[in-house]
Ligand binder design. Structure first.
Ligand code: PEP
Ligand code: MG
Length: 567
């Protein structure tokens, strides 16, 4: 058994299809220019025909949007500038065609990869993909044709390229790769195709032979090679139960998140950028409860400009089609560093110069983000929140800067929405305890339990050694959550939660009982949470929550929930 990362949930049992792409070795040789150019033109033509063929076969399964990867490849292969540069090198340097193609492509890849723009970085991946095919054609090597798979298979590969994943047909029951993480291209594609995937399995290529029977458990992140009869039976039952549960949940995509006794809440998704919007909508998200904007800064080599940010926020707001989008201003520092900014040396970076503290110091960075947000506000329903607020003064200072930028934009004649809400994250105990006072100023709260727990328990959320103290169900934490929600309601404001606790099965009943208005979680948890909310009674959960906050240990709270709420 190999352990990896479950990147797209599901369970499959099928034969292994080992994807072994030919190794391309390029050797520089002297060549007759006329012959090499002829060889190059023929290989380029074959490359275009191959891509068209793959696109044609893939079109049975993929949407026009997903097929766009092939259009990009065809455009690349048909780019006269690309061909001209290669031909010029063959003619001027009298080298072999594959060496010229490799050299020209590598230079282009390096150029695109250095650009601070996702679009161009994707183009770099396209160039690699197309030139690989071109070089194989020049060397007479055959690329395995995944579209020809005609029996149930699990693909085993070192990694899957965009064109590999686009070729997967309905016989492909999942894949396992050596490298990759939850956000790698192959993982994102598996999620959109809804096929199970386990990535980052290490040396799976040596462990599996073509045709071996495999169990892909992309719930736990396990790959079992040549399983026993018993294991097969066990996993067949698990796969059946998983599929049935998933199917049953789909009817809830457009359902309301309402309890048996008619109390409605909002179930939203957490996102890191526009690419996550589709997943939230597909899984029935009623909004975005946390847009972590730090990725715009971290996946970059400079502070993103107002224009770059404006485009990113506009895309998300438009993508959500008028549903509420809560955008968190820059939360950097702690463990989140930037390549292009030096943070001060501190003994405890998690307690140091980060998030709103940095923004109130470097108001130039903060103002740029606020302007981009305010300008984007007309494209949807925008809420802005500040992270790591500890004092009422911090919130009021941040809000004042927001008001100044808003007034400036209006004076410049820029159209601005008149219903932008400005709220804050409650993730520092001082803010939770003083919530009723904060609620006089903030339009809403969003409880960040990931940090609230680490600060209440004084236990670093990244440290394995003290992970036993990471206790969402500790009554101390529950009391802080209760104070926050009560504080908001006292002033007629709403309270949400965007920390990981909001999506936990055992937490939803308590939070519902405590009166939480909005729950924001990973997109794939939304339907499960809706099923729970629909099955519970608000009045009963209020009693449960009251009891929970009066208990003395996390274990007692969990016991109470398990006894009282049937799954
Ligand atoms: C939190 O602290 O709960 C939170 C949602 O923010 P992050 O995990 O990004 O710190
Ligand atoms: Mg946080």
């Amino acid at each position: 058994m190999l352990k990896g990362i479950a990147a797209s949930a599901g369970i499959s049992i099928a034969k292994a299809y080992k994807l072994e792409s030919p190794k391309v070795e390029i050797v520089k040789k002297e060549g007759d220019p006329a012959k090499e150019v002829e060889k190059f033109n023929a290989a380029l033509e074959k490359t275009k025909t191959d891509i068209e063929g793959v696109k044609e076969r893939a079109s049975e399964r993929l949407s026009a949007e997903e097929l766009a990867v092939f259009d990009a490849h065809l455009m690349m292969a048909g780019d006269p500038e690309f061909a001209a540069q290669i031909i010029a090198m063959i003619e001027n340097d009298k080298v072999n065609a594959e060496f010229a193609a490799d050299t020209v492509a590598s230079q282009m890849v390096a150029m695109f990869e250095s650009m601070d723009n996702d679009y161009f970085r994707e183009r770099a991946a396209d160039i690699k993909d197309v030139t690989y095919r071109l070089k194989c054609n020049l060397l007479g090597l055959t690329i395995p044709d995944l579209t020809s798979i005609n029996e149930d298979s699990i693909i085993v590969a070192y990694d899957l390229t965009p064109s590999d994943t686009a070729q997967l047909n309905h016989f492909v029951k999942g894949f396992a790769t050596s490298i990759g993480g939850k956000t790698s291209h192959s993982a994102i594609m598996a999620n959109s195709l809804e096929i199970p995937a386990v990535v980052g399995c290490g040396d799976i290529m040596s462990a599996v032979n073509h045709g071996d029977t495999m169990i892909l458990d992309a719930v736990e992140g396990n790959v079992i090679i040549n399983p026993t009869e018993e294991e097969i039976k066990e996993y067949e039952a698990k796969a059946k139960a998983f599929a049935e549960e998933k199917e049953a949940l789909k009817v809830l995509v457009n359902a309301k998140s309402v309890t048996k006794d008619g109390h409605e809440v909002e179930l939203a998704g957490n996102i890191g950028g526009f690419k996550d919007v589709e997943g939230v909508l597909k899984n029935g998200g009623e909004g975005v409860g946390l847009f972590r904007t730090e990725f715009l800064y971290m996946d970059n080599d400079h502070f993103p400009t107002e224009e770059e940010q404006f485009e990113a926020y506009k895309a998300v707001l438009e993508g959500m089609g008028g549903k509420r989008v809560v955008v968190r201003t820059l939360d950097i520092g702690g463990d989140k560093k930037l390549k292009y900014f030096t943070f001060p040396e501190e003994m405890n970076p998690f307690l140091g110069y980060r998030a709103i503290r940095l923004c109130l110091d470097r108001t130039d960075i903060f103002r740029t983000q606020l302007r981009a947000l305010i300008r984007a506000s007309v494209y949807g329903k925008l809420c802005i929140m500040f992270p790591m607020i500890a004092t009422v003064k911090e919130f009021c200072d941040a809000k004042a800067i927001y008001e100044e930028e808003k007034a400036k934009l209006i004076a410049e004649g820029v159209k601005v929405a008149d219903d932008i809400q400005v709220g804050m994250m409650v993730e520092i105990p001082a803010a939770a305890v003083n919530a009723d006072n904060f609620a006089k100023h903030a339009d809403f709260f969003s409880i960040g339990t990931n940090d609230l727990i680490q600060y209440s328990m004084a236990a670093d959320r990244m440290s394995e050694n003290v992970s036993y103290l990471y206790q969402p169900y500790n009554p101390s934490v529950l009391r802080l959550i209760k104070m926050t929600i009560d504080g908001a309601h006292k002033e007629g404001k709403w309270a949400g939660m965007c920390g990981a606790m909001a999506g936990e099965e055992n937490a939803v009943p308590i939070l519902l009982g405590l009166g939480l208005d909005e729950f924001s979680m990973s997109a794939t948890q939304i339907l499960n949470a809706r099923k729970m909310v629909n099955s519970l009674s608000k009045a009963e959960m209020e009693k449960l929550a009251e009891e929970a906050v009066s208990l003395s240990t996390a274990e007692e709270v969990l016991e109470l929930v398990k006894n009282r709420v049937s799954k």
